[in-house]
Design a protein around this ligand. Structure first.
Ligand code: AQP
Length: 330
C-alpha cells in the first residue's frame, strides 16, 4: 500500500491557512493509503518559543487532527520527539545536504531576515534536513502540504537521488508533494500579499477564535476600491483570497465561486457570505475539538502512535546505518 506522511509544527495557534492548506485534506488519505500524520515539535524549536506554549500547541494539534476526521485506528498519529529515529537519521543525512542549497530555501531566507543575524539558530538553516528525515523514514510516496513547503520536498527529492546514486541503493523512496487544487496559499486578511502564518499572526484567523471575532475579521478584511468580484490575485489580492477561502471550504472550484458571486456588486454582502461559510465549517469543528480536549484520549493515542511509527522508522534507520558503513552489531 502506498504511504502518505505529513505534519504540522506547533509554533503557534493554528490558522485557517493551516486548515485549508493541510489539516482538512489529511482525512482523505486514510482509507486508501497507509497514513502517518505527526506533530513536528522538534521543528517548532527552530524559532524561539515559550516551553509551555509549545506543549499546549502540541496537544492542540492532536485534538485538531481528530476534530478534522483523522481516525487513530486508520492513521498513525504521533509526536516527532517520541520517535528518536527522526533525530538519528537527521544526524546521518545532514552530511549529504549542501549548505548552498539550504541557504537558498525561501523559508530560511524569510525567517532569518526577520531575526538578528547573530541569533539565527542552526536549526532553522538545517530545517529541510530534518524534514527529509521525517519523510524518508516512512518511505512516503506522497507528502500533502501547502505551497510554502513544496520547495523542501523538492530538496528531499534531490537528496534521494544523490544518496541512492552514491550508494547504488534504493533505500530511500522518491517522495512527491501534493498540494490542494484550491487554497494551497491562503493570505493574510490584513495584507493579502503576505501568507497567513501562525508565527506572524497579523491578519490571521485562528481555528480557536471566537466565531464573532472570526466574522469581524472577515468583514474588515482588506480589499480594493472596485465593486466587482472576480479572481485576479495580482490586482485584487484581497477579493481573490476571500474567493479562495470560500471555494476551498465549499469544496468547489474558483470558477464556481466566481459564478456564485458574479451578480453581487457589494463587497459587504460578499464578505458576509464568506464569513457564513467559514463559521459553518469551524463551528462544528470547534465543538469536536472541545469534546476531544475534555475526553482525555490524547496521551493514549500518542503512545500507540509512537509505537507504530517507531516500528517503521527504526527499520529504515537500520538499513541506512548499514548502507553508510556504521557498524551494526548484536
Ligand atoms: N497560509 C497558508 N495557506 C495554505 N497552507 C498553509 N500552510 C501553512 N500556512 C498556509 C500549510 O500548513 C501546513 C503546516 O505548516 P507548518 O506548521 O509545518 O509550517 P508552515 O508551513 O511554516 O506554516 P506557518 O503557519 O506559516 O507556520 P510558521 O509561521 O511557524 O512558519 C503545511 O503543509 C503548510 O504548507
Amino acid at each position: 500500500m502506498e504511504r502518505v506522511l505529513s505534519g504540522i509544527k506547533p509554533t503557534g495557534k493554528l490558522t485557517l491557512g493551516n486548515y485549508i492548506g493541510a489539516l482538512k485534506n489529511f482525512k482523505n488519505y486514510q482509507d486508501n493509503y497507509e497514513t502517518f500524520i505527526f506533530i513536528a515539535d522538534l521543528h517548532a524549536l527552530t524559532m524561539p518559543i515559550d516551553p509551555e506554549e509549545l506543549r499546549q500547541n502540541s496537544i492542540d494539534i492532536v485534538a485538531f487532527y481528530l476534530a478534522a476526521g483523522l481516525d487513530p485506528e486508520k492513521t498513525t498519529i504521533f509526536l516527532q520527539s517520541d520517535v528518536p529515529a527522526h533525530s538519528e537519521l537527521n544526524t546521518i543525512i545532514q552530511n549529504y545536504h549542501y549548505m548552498g542549497e539550504l541557504s537558498r530555501m525561501t523559508q530560511f531566507k524569510d525567517k532569518s531576515r526577520k531575526m538578528n543575524n547573530s541569533a539565527i539558530g542552526l536549526g532553522i538553516f538545517a530545517y529541510p534536513v530534518l524534514m527529509s528525515a521525517d519523510i524518508l523514514l516512512y518511505n512516503s510516496d506522497y507528502v500533502p502540504v501547502g505551497e510554502d513547503q513544496t520547495q523542501h520536498v523538492e530538496l528531499t527529492r534531490d537528496f534521494v537521488h544523490r544518496f541512492n546514486e552514491r550508494y547504488k541503493t534504493n533505500v530511500f523512496k522518491m517522495p512527491k508533494a501534493i498540494t490542494p487544487k484550491v487554497g494551497a496559499r491562503i493570505m493574510s486578511l490584513s495584507d493579502p500579499t503576505k501568507k497567513m502564518s501562525k508565527s506572524d499572526p497579523k491578519g490571521d484567523i485562528f481555528l480557536k477564535d471566537d466565531l464573532k471575532v472570526i466574522r469581524k475579521k472577515i468583514m474588515s478584511a482588506v480589499t480594493d476600491l472596485d465593486t466587482n468580484i472576480y479572481y485576479d490575485p495580482e490586482n485584487k489580492p484581497g477579493i481573490s483570497n476571500l474567493l479562495t477561502i470560500y471555494a476551498a471550504l465549499s469544496e468547489i472550484s474558483i470558477e464556481e465561486a466566481e459564478a456564485t458571486f458574479k451578480d453581487l456588486h457589494r463587497y459587504g454582502d460578499f464578505k458576509k457570505a464568506v464569513a457564513d461559510k467559514v463559521i459553518e465549517v469551524l463551528e462544528p469543528f470547534q465543538q469536536r475539538y472541545n469534546e476531544i480536549i475534555k475526553s482525555n484520549v490524547i496521551n493514549g493515542i500518542l503512545n500507540d502512535g509512537a509505537k507504530k511509527a517507531s516500528l517503521v522508522a527504526n527499520k529504515t534507520l537500520l538499513e541506512v546505518k548499514k548502507i553508510v558503513g556504521l557498524y551494526v552489531h548484536e
